[in-house]
Design a protein around this ligand. Structure first.
Ligand code: GTP
Ligand code: SPV
Ligand code: MN
Length: 580
């Protein structure tokens, strides 16, 4: 099946000349190949089989220390012209950086196999699909790409005799934690990642193509490549609604994507299209249509259990790669909140013996432990998940993590106010408050001003702009407890949104947006005193809000050329807060 055109051959040959692998392996993406390479990974000690009675065909992977997350990666985005540089990445003249990275990676694959992995981003027959090839010496990466991307012959077929495929080179190198490099050349359709095996950058389809290069192309071509979940909700009448949700990392996208409807909401169904990224295009009907550029999920395990996230919990029961989890006494994977308590004796994620009551629980599993599963494994997968034209977006949801600022949910009164909701996204992490406009900052390939301008111009071309909501599942009471039960119960908020989209109910007007009328948010069966909980979820903490917005203003001072409209919204909001 493999069709090797001269562009592919020449590029692989020239890459092999400086990487110096022992051999080159061309992936066909077949089931047989996945099985064979998995066996090889086990033999080489890259993957460790888990208890096949409980977790058949599932494996553990352990990162070396310092490589289990994106922290500490030096990332560059070298646009041909410095004026196109991104605010989120370092910039160097591309030719200089190109020579540097080639020099760094000289001989990186000596004694190793170079795997050639062709892939398609987006449904194969979609007008929005793009193709690429990753060269990697990491079998862990190849095996993840089997689950997360459309790889092999189906991609070779589309690459055909084309030369416009994205070119990516990845090498584990020496896994030197002080020299983890990611370098993007978006004008040249090219990227390199080196000295790491962390999924976010080793699987280049994940962040580098779907979001980083994606958002660079998108802001030039007038579409959107976002850090968003795509969720389908079917109403009891059979009507379908599609939500696109942008949240900073670790703020609940996957949990939303894998949502199971709670028993009270008879007749509703939630289904998954995407858990982490979305490509959205203006359709001929003037609506926004979204596809998932990936095919599987590389999601957080922390917090996943049979009650909070039953679909994800079910999905990982077989055919899963677990990264950086602990092992229990029966050689089953364990991560925080999987069970209320770990066994007395465990193996921590580094492979060391761990004893409850003696060793630090923080060291047991890694906070960023991840699951890798193919889309088909997810019980909630929508049958529309590979629709070539995508699914039409009914509403956007922007969600942050704030203990005292944002109420549970607000609806924007118009598109500009909604985009301002996106700009103000923030996430509390330990003792830090991290601003993260649109949840996209660590992936934003263009500068923030152009990014915002692109949203505005796209909005002008929409026949009708989708509603925009802002949520916060993480509000806390004075005792530090979450005020809202969250997880599957977030469906109650979606149900309110659907009624708003359909114009079935009115909303309570506040100077900061529209909130549910008391009684319109269903509390049935929740163990919360009705009135107290409504107030706890929606009251405005004026001091906290003002403090947050001062923080926002200081943050935005780092950026130039942001559209005027966002400052107008900020001033309007400041006036509104004063009224409280
Ligand atoms: P990335 O994959 O890093 O982009 O993260 P994400 O946005 O997909 O976040 P995810 O859904 O994995 O959730 C991150 C953490 O927040 C996990 O530990 C979840 O258990 C927790 N979480 C998710 N939803 C809720 C919620 O509604 N309430 C509470 N309290 N915690 C939640
Ligand atoms: C995130 O950091 O938002 C992720 C994980 O989803 S990764 O992009 O793979 O680093
Ligand atoms: Mn993410």
């Amino acid at each position: 099946m493999r069709i090797l055109n001269d562009y592919v051959k020449r590029w692989v040959e020239s890459s092999a000349r400086f990487l110096k692998p022992d051999q080159i392996y061309w992936c066909d993406g077949s089931d047989e190949e996945e099985e064979r390479l998995t066996k090889q990974a086990v033999k080489e000690g890259i993957l460790k089989p888990l208890n096949p009675i409980y977790y058949p065909n599932s494996y553990l992977y352990r990162s070396v220390d310092g490589d289990a997350g994106p922290e500490g990666v030096q990332s560059f985005l070298c646009t041909d012209s410095e004026k196109d540089r991104s605010d989120s990445f370092s910039w160097r003249p591309p030719q200089e950086m190109y020579e540097f990275i080639l020099q760094e990676m000289q001989g990186a694959m000596e004694g190793r196999t170079l795997y050639v992995v062709p892939y398609i981003m987006g449904p194969a027959n979609s007008p929005f699909a793009r193709v690429g090839i990753e060269l990697t010496d990491s079998l862990y990466t190849v095996l993840n790409m089997f689950k997360l991307s459309r790889i092999g012959d189906k991609a070779w077929k589309i690459i055909g005799d084309r030369n416009d495929f994205f070119r990516g080179v990845h090498s584990k190198g020496s896994l030197d934690r002080n020299n983890r490099l990611v370098v993007h050349f978006p004008d040249r359709n090219l990227c390199y990642s080196f000295n790491m095996e962390y999924g976010g950058y080793a699987f280049q389809t994940k962040a580098s193509v779907a979001m980083i290069n994606g958002s660079y192309w998108a802001s030039r071509e007038g579409w959107l490549a976002e850090h968003m979940t795509i969720l389908e909700v079917e109403s009891p009448r059979g009507q379908l609604y599609y939500f696109a949700g942008a949240f900073p990392s670790f703020c609940g996208k996957s949990n939303l994507a894998f949502m199971k409807v709670p028993p009270y909401a008879k007749g509703y169904k939630c289904r998954t299209i995407s858990d982490d990224s979305a490509w959205l295009h203006l359709g001929p009907d003037g609506r926004l249509w979204a596809v998932n550029p990936e095919t599987g999920f590389f999601s957080n395990l922390a917090g996943v259990n049979a009650v909070s996230t039953p679909n994800a919990y079910e999905a990982v029961k077989s055919d899963t790669i677990f990264s950086n989890v602990a092992l229990d006494s029966k050689n089953r994977p364990w991560w925080r909140k999987k069970t209320t308590e770990p066994d007395r004796e465990m193996t921590d994620w580094r492979g060391q013996k761990w004893v409850r009551g003696q060793d630090d629980p923080e060291n047991l599993d890694h906070i960023n432990s991840r699951l890798s599963v193919a889309g088909e494994k997810m019980p909630s997968l929508s049958k529309h998940w590979e629709e070539p034209t995508g699914v039409p977006i009914s509403a956007f949801i922007f969600g942050g993590r704030s203990s005292d600022v944002d109420p549970l949910v607000r609806e924007a009164r118009n598109w500009s106010e909604g985009l301002y909701y996106g700009l103000t996204l923030q996430a509390e992490r330990q003792n830090d408050l991290i601003r993260n406009p649109f949840g996209m900052m660590q992936f934003m390939g263009s500068d923030l001003g152009s990014y915002l301008e692109n949203w505005l111009s796209l909005g002008r071309n929409l026949v009708e702009t989708p509603k925009i909501f802002r949520v916060n599942w993480f509000r806390k009471d004075p005792d530090g407890q979450y005020v809202w039960p969250g997880f599957c119960q977030n469906f109650r908020v979606l149900e309110w949104m659907i009624k708003r989209i359909d114009g079935q109910i009115s909303a309570h007007k506040t100077p900061l947006g529209l909130i549910p009328q008391p009684g319109d948010l269903n509390f049935e069966g929740l163990d919360m005193p009705k009135k107290a909980s409504y107030e706890a979820l929606f009251w405005i903490n004026k001091d906290a809000w003002i403090k947050d917005r001062n923080h926002l203003r200081a943050y935005l001072n780092n950026y130039e050329n942001l559209p005027r409209l966002f400052y107008d919204e900020m001033d309007k909001e400041a006036g509104a807060i004063e009224q409280y």
